[in-house]
Design a binder for this molecule. Structure first.
Ligand SMILES: Nc1ncnc2c1ncn2[C@@H]1O[C@H](COP(=O)(O)OP(=O)(O)OP(=O)(O)O)[C@@H](O)[C@H]1O
Ligand SMILES: [Mg+2]
Length: 238
């Protein structure tokens, strides 16, 4: 059996009377590429926020490689090997692309030249090579998503959470992102991929969960989900 890297036990996150994440149980195997879909407001981003410590679940437990991470601050969870990108990229617009790349490794005791080389390699990989000293604000929205994707890898994470990486991205750049995700998967990284872009998601993985009103209502292949009345009901209200 595949080794479990993330064991999510019955987590719940409430905002006032509203349940954003509702009793989610999920075991995620090392090296898996899990797609996460669901209507707007289903709790997808909240779920990722619970995993990386931006939100602390009100109930339940999350084991990362067997160790509970509930209540741990995000920076500690990142140091344990998790990274994420945001639905709306969080880029420092007035800083250079290189400075943005170096922010996750400011605490790392490594030569600056080694970190700069690593940043350049990652930037090359997402097609932004040679732009190190340009200001981030000179990048398009899609390029900023690629920058954030590359930046998330500066700490060599084992688990990468991607929140809507394809939204608003030109098809050419989208292909760069798709290739990058496939590379990570081939390298044995664990990837959780939230997307409304079903055709692209379906090309990347056949293991998809559906969230609705905070709960997992289905898991399966694209074909299974398309034919599942519970999923159709969640999206189209019957
Ligand atoms: N910090 C917060 N405070 C209050 N309510 C929140 C907060 N974060 C999320 N919610 C609520 O939780 C629910 C789930 O939101 P979430 O952003 O997780 O959905 P989503 O599935 O990512 O939606 P989308 O597809 O639009 O990105 C929504 O009703 C949202 O308003
Ligand atoms: Mg969201």
């Amino acid at each position: 059996m595949t080794q479990s890297v993330l064991n999510i036990q019955n987590i719940e996150k409430r905002f006032g009377g509203h349940i954003a994440v509702n009793r989610v149980n999920l075991d995620i195997g090392k090296g898996s590429l899990l797609g996460i879909i669901g209507p707007n407001g289903a709790g997808k981003s909240s779920f990722l926020n619970c995993l990386i410590g931006v939100y602390v679940p009100d109930e339940g437990n999350i084991l990362l490689n067997g160790e509970s991470i509930v209540g741990k601050p995000t920076y500690q969870i990142i140091r344990k090997g998790m990274a994420r990108t945001f639905q709306v990229p969080k880029i420092f617009q007035e800083n250079t692309i290189l400075e943005n790349m170096l922010t996750p490794v400011l605490h790392v005791n490594e030569k600056r030249s080694a970190l700069t080389d690593k940043a350049s390699q990652l930037l090359d990989w997402v097609g932004l090579g040679g732009r190190e000293h340009a200001l981030a604000k000179a990048l398009s929205g899609g390029q900023q998503k690629l920058l954030e994707f590359a930046r998330a890898l500066m700490n060599d994470p084992d688990i990468i959470l991607l929140d809507e990486p394809f939204a608003g991205v030109h098809p050419n750049l989208k292909q760069v992102m798709v290739n990058g995700i496939q590379d990570l998967h081939r390298q044995g990284k664990t990837v959780l991929l939230v997307s409304h872009d079903m055709p692209t998601l379906y090309k990347l993985t056949s293991d998809i969960i559906v969230l609705s009103q905070g709960a997992i209502i289905a898991r399966g292949t694209p074909k299974q989900l398309q034919n599942d009345p519970v999923v159709v009901e969640a999206y189209f209200g019957g």
